[in-house]
Ligand binder design. Sequence first.
Ligand code: SF4
Length: 200
Amino acid sequence: MSARETAELLLLVGRLVQADGYDGELSPAQWMALRFFARANSFSRTPSSFAEFQATTRGTASQAIKALESGGYLVRQRSPADGRSVTLRLTDKGHEVVARDPFDVLVRAVDSLNAQEQIAMRDALHQVLTTLAASGAHQHFGVCQDCAYLGGETYCDPTSASRSTIGCLLFGVPIEPHDVGLLCVHFQPKSKRREDEHCE
Ligand code: SF4
């Protein structure tokens, strides 16, 4: 099988999922935005991160976000840290809709592969995304469990006693176990950070 044939298969999967996104309630672009904000961590639930994730302009990204806000699927909040930056979160209605995401057809198709095939596919796609990011084309989003900045440290949580947990070495904050699998705009593939350190 040629590399072109594999790349075309990836494109075809993307097109089919996109076509499934027309369910009458939300457009494919709005589905992408809703999925992103459902899957993104607290550092990444911003309009600019979504534009980066979609590899699109901020104007195009903000159209989808505005439609979701006016439909009552998303709500924006001022950052408690600086009071200026904006983050978005799903409303109850947004969570209800995302629970019946047409994208689940693809999730079930992947789930029909055996565990070894799923791991091989995941690793191969990660490698492709890392290569694309290294070419400067697009930022590679990823999750804490695959990130070079994930560390095991003792962090002080002001709301409870100090405890040993996992944390983000970039921001120096603890990461709750349920946040480990969320998408992050600051993700750094493990191999990439090692290369950067090597070059310093
Ligand atoms: S460990 Fe990596 S993916 Fe997780 S919050 Fe920090 S930078 Fe983001």
